[in-house]
Design a protein around this ligand. Structure first.
Ligand SMILES: [Cu+2]
Length: 446
């Protein structure tokens, strides 16, 4: 990979020498914001406010700067420097930091360090049913799955075991009779968490630590009481069926070697407030949290204490969902945190858009998620704020690796650092990461 990148630098220099007159004439105003407090960023921003095209430094310059940034050692580690403003999106990014009162606190880590094999677009065959059909067809395994045929077979076998495990229970009466107990009410795009065997904290596909239940017809929604297990019986309405499982295993330094292949991105919760209010019997508080995992947004110990909750700086386990039930096929991937086939029903790509973009007044937030800028759309005069929520440094640089432009360049952005660009003229603006040339994006200004 590195050798290819260096060849590309040479190409870029040649392209630059021959192609100056093709450079962007629409020059957005460039403003760098927020990276202060992070040693890597301030002194590396390239490109000028003086209007002089300064050219881009070579890959090796950027790599040298990137190498000075401290990196976490293990999958479970938070970044050495905390972001100053919220970053990330639950279920879609490596890190999530959320605003809690006057503080920005870590909320979630998901997936291994570096690149994660995520399989969340509808077009990709990543649901249990699709993986199974793919394996049975004997067709080539698509490269986005990052596994060979044998590994796919092993994964499908494990998911078969999960499917059998959750279907030991036909409904919540069965679950209550078997001694399961309710951990949460029905959480949007997730379901009701029923605890089954938390005493074991090892990975076994046939013995998940929780079973997720949901109704087929959108029953029992919202934050209100839906029922509970009493004397081995479910007190609420009928109609809930198993849809998937949650695994909850020991917090090892790196993520568990659980399912075959790379698509199982395990997560860890930080700064959780647990309340056990009588009326809800619900794990987690903060109903008005917009971006939490079912309202389980991170908070501070002070806020938690005020609410009468129990504060956990970290929940000491790796967790992951697996949605396997027919009728609740997870088009956003078998291991996705949110399943668009569980109430509220939605389109997977819409769910992805909703969960990963936040619009502020005049500022569009563009999360850099897993080596991707996404496609960003803004109005003329609006500002885009790129925030790096990956575990590795990136740059936000105008143009492409073959044909970089002087229009804007963030310099090296470590985890949590952000870069803002205001776009004053309509058009399509290409951008890329100097450190990872395959990482490209487009900002559409209209
Ligand atoms: Cu990059």
């Amino acid at each position: 990979m590195r050798r290819i990148a260096i060849v590309l630098v040479v190409l870029a220099v040649i392209a630059g020498a021959c192609g100056d007159d093709t450079a962007d004439d629409a020059t957005p105003d460039e403003t760098t914001t927020a990276p202060s407090g992070n040693d890597g960023g301030d002194d590396t921003t390239v490109g000028g406010d003086d209007g002089q095209p300064s050219g881009l430094p070579g890959l090796e310059d950027y790599e040298a700067v990137a190498a000075t940034l401290e990196q976490p050692e293990f999958d479970r580690d938070l970044p050495p420097q905390a972001p100053e403003s919220p970053i990330g999106a639950y279920g879609y990014s490596r890190y999530v930091y959320t605003q809690a009162g006057g503080e920005v606190v870590p909320s979630l880590i998901e997936g291994p360090l570096g690149y994660q094999t995520r399989c969340q677009e509808e077009a990709k065959d990543c649901s249990y049913q699709e993986l199974k059909a793919l394996y049975d067809s004997g067709d080539d395994v698509p490269s986005y799955l990052g596994m060979d045929r044998e590994t796919l077979g092993a994964l499908v076998g494990q998911l078969d075991a999960v499917n059998d495990a959750i279907h030991q229970y036909e409904d919540l009466d069965d679950a209550c009779a078997a001694g399961l107990w309710k951990s949460t009410n029905q959480i949007a795009n997730m379901g009701i968490h029923m605890i089954d065997g938390l005493e074991s904290n090892t990975f076994d596909p046939s013995r998940p630590q929780m079973v997720l239940f949901a109704s087929e017809d959108g029953l029992g929604l919202g934050a209100g009481e839906i029922g509970d297990c009493r004397n081995g019986e479910w007190t609420g309405a009928d109609g809930y069926v198993p849809v998937g499982a949650v695994f909850n295993v020991s917090l090892t330094p790196d993520h568990p070697d659980g399912f075959a292949g790379p698509i199982d991105n395990w997560h860890i919760h930080y700064n959780t407030c647990i309340s056990r209010s009588e009326e809800a019997g619900q794990l987690g508080v903060d109903d008005n949290a917009a971006v939490g995992e079912g309202g389980r947004a991170a908070t501070t110990s002070a806020v938690c204490r005020e609410q009468g909750g129990q504060f956990l700086p970290v929940i000491s386990s790796w967790m992951m969902h697996a949605y396997v039930a027919d009728g609740f096929e997870a088009e956003s991937g078998v291991f996705s945190m949110f399943n668009p086939s569980v109430w509220p029903l939605s389109d997977p790509d819409t769910l992805l858009d909703e969960r990963t973009s936040q619009v502020g007044p005049g500022v569009e937030s563009a999360q850099i998620l897993n080596f991707s800028f996404g496609d960003v759309r803004v109005g003329v005069g609006e500002t885009v704020r790129f925030a790096n929520s990956d575990s590795v440094p990136h740059t936000v640089t105008a143009g492409s690796f073959i044909e970089p432009s002087d229009a804007f360049d963030s310099g090296v952005l470590g985890t949590g650092q952000a870069f803002e660009v205001a776009f004053d003229a309509p058009g399509q603006y290409e951008l890329f990461c100097v450190l990872h040339p395959e990482m490209t994006g487009v900002v559409t200004v209209e």
